[in-house]
Design a protein around this ligand. Structure first.
Ligand code: HEM
Length: 485
């Protein structure tokens, strides 16, 4: 009995000290929330954008919140982002990444070398290798889209949800391009991988937050096991991309066993396929609900089609499309950029103010709130304006201001600094190619002409591209002659 009381007292004291952190004068405003240890975890997880906007109104551009026992300093001034992005000595990208790798993918690499992995990827996602990969991706998109529409007569409309349509097509084409595999191979075909991946993706946020219920834990375990099995040959067979093959060799050289290698394949599947499909969905959703934007994109595509063919010339500039995509990503890309504080550090803001950060805390930028949805930077930030990133003369607009200063970061869907997205050029070309092919080959329209772009699923803030909270129903049919109307 006495031991139980002592243990209980110990626990209470432990909680008290954890909760009892006080702010020193040189530290950012501290908001611990009222619930011991948990702090603001519930509101943060429910709708991070809403919660952090409220905190910004209360505390300003920098503040520290307690979230499930951790102290996280949130920085929301884009003019000050470089002080975090450029510090790779006191701030570290990979330790938080490793926490998520373990929680979501059960992956612990024996000899994790993020810089080597990135160097391998960079080598394959630029220059000649990138051109080659873009070609393979285009062929897969073309084949899958043809398969999708071949079954239809020219007069038959097929109904589908736009999210499912975009995600499944982009995913399967991306999977075949990077991981390899025959479309008609029953055991590991791309459609099968997509079905399992979709189930995995629906539990992803709960895995990341450690909030799976017991039944969900079982489902997550089963789905992961299936995906590991389906990915067993990725990087080992000849039709995998050269990047995948190099990555496999790297894992083997670092001593990762077969099981760990499969787990790493699932991580790479998520990193390479998790954002592109949702981005293509939002872009088509905005185009289908904004007739002027759709007309402008179609007109531009008409002008860059290689004469006598139905192909998009990859060298051609498409500023209107690029602006529409940039605008889409401004509204729907919402990653946290998180760094672990390895040693006490002083953070200098753009206005000269200095704040101390404590070793063991985390720092988190959330560009979705600022710059992306900041009304001081983007007029009517909630509204989709396809030409927001175009000057009056049709050139790319890069001049945006906050507090009278020209901004380096006026939208940040790809992250920035040393950890900027390695796959950006491949992702952009894939989305461009997909939208080009869909608009060329299909008559596609909203099932309900009055339908609006759905709201985002607010539980997904912080993990890259948002996803819609419900489907947007469409119908499509094959065009007799591929043409831009
Ligand atoms: C619309 C599509 C995509 C979006 C919005 C996106 C976004 C991002 C963001 C925001 C980061 C930085 C994370 C941070 O700093 O904490 C990132 C990193 C990364 N992305 Fe993407 N990404 C996309 C597609 C892709 C594709 C297609 C690939 C590969 C083929 C890829 C590979 C990577 C890799 C390897 C990193 C980690 C870089 C590092 O370790 O430094 N991404 N991405």
């Amino acid at each position: 009995m006495i031991w139980t009381i002592l243990l209980l007292l110990n626990g209470i004291l432990f909680f008290y000290f954890l909760s009892n952190r006080t702010r020193s004068k040189r530290e950012p405003p501290l908001d611990k929330g009222v619930i011991p240890w948990l702090g603001h975890a519930l509101n943060f997880g429910k709708d991070a954008a809403k919660f952090l906007t409220r905190m910004k109104q209360k505390h300003g551009d920098i503040f520290t919140v307690r979230v499930a026992g951790r102290y996280v300093t949130i920085l929301l001034d884009p003019n000050s982002y470089d002080s975090v992005l450029h510090d790779t000595i006191s701030l570290d990208f990979s330790s938080y990444a490793q926490v998520l790798m373990d929680r979501i993918f059960n992956l612990r690499l024996p000899n994790y070398k993020p810089d080597t992995e990135k160097a391998i990827m960079k080598r394959h996602f630029q220059g000649e290798s990138l051109l080659c990969m873009n070609n393979v991706m285009e062929n897969h998109l073309q084949t899958l889209l043809t398969l999708e529409s071949k079954a239809l007569n020219q007069s038959d409309w097929k109904e589908d949800g736009l999210f499912h349509f975009c995600y499944s097509l982009m995913f399967r084409a991306g999977y075949l391009t990077l991981f390899g595999g025959e479309q008609n191979n029953n055991s590991a075909d791309a459609a099968n991988v997509y079905t399992e991946y979709h189930r995995f993706d629906s539990l992803l946020m709960k895995m990341a937050r450690n909030t799976l219920k017991s039944g969900e834990k079982q489902t997550a375990g089963m789905v992961k096991q299936k995906l590991w099995d389906l990915l067993a040959q990725a990087g080992l067979r000849q039709d995998s991309s050269l990047w995948m093959q190099s990555y496999r060799r790297h894992l083997q050289a670092e001593g990762a066993d077969e099981e760990t290698q499969r787990k790493a394949m699932l991580l790479q599947l998520w990193a390479t396929q998790g954002n592109v499909g949702p981005a293509a969905f939002w872009l088509l959703a905005f185009l289908l609900t904004h007739a002027e934007a759709m007309r402008a994109v179609r007109k531009e595509f008409r002008n860059v089609t290689v004469p006598g063919t139905n192909t998009l010339n990859p060298q051609e500039q498409t500023p209107v499309f690029d602006s529409a995509l940039e605008e889409t990503l401004r509204l729907t890309a919402a990653p946290f950029i998180t760094r672990e504080v390895l040693q006490d550090k002083t953070l200098r803001m753009a206005d000269g103010q200095e704040y101390d950060l404590r070793k063991g805390d985390r720092v988190c930028l959330f560009p979705f709130i600022s710059p992306q949805m900041d009304p001081e930077i983007h007029l009517e930030p909630e509204t989709f304006k396809y030409d927001r990133f175009l000057n009056a003369d049709g050139t790319v607009k890069k001049d945006f201001f906050k507090g009278g200063r020209r901004l380096k970061y006026y939208t940040m869907p790809w992250g920035a600094g040393t950890n900027v997205c390695v796959g950006k050029p491949f992702a952009i070309q894939s989305i461009r190619q997909f939208v080009f092919l869909v608009l060329l080959h299909l008559d596609i329209e909203l099932h309900d002409p009055e339908a609006q772009v759905p709201e985002a699923d607010v539980s997904r803030y912080g993990f890259g591209m948002l996803q819609p909270n419900k489907e947007l129903q469409i119908r499509y049919k094959r065009r007799g002659h591929p043409i831009f109307l």
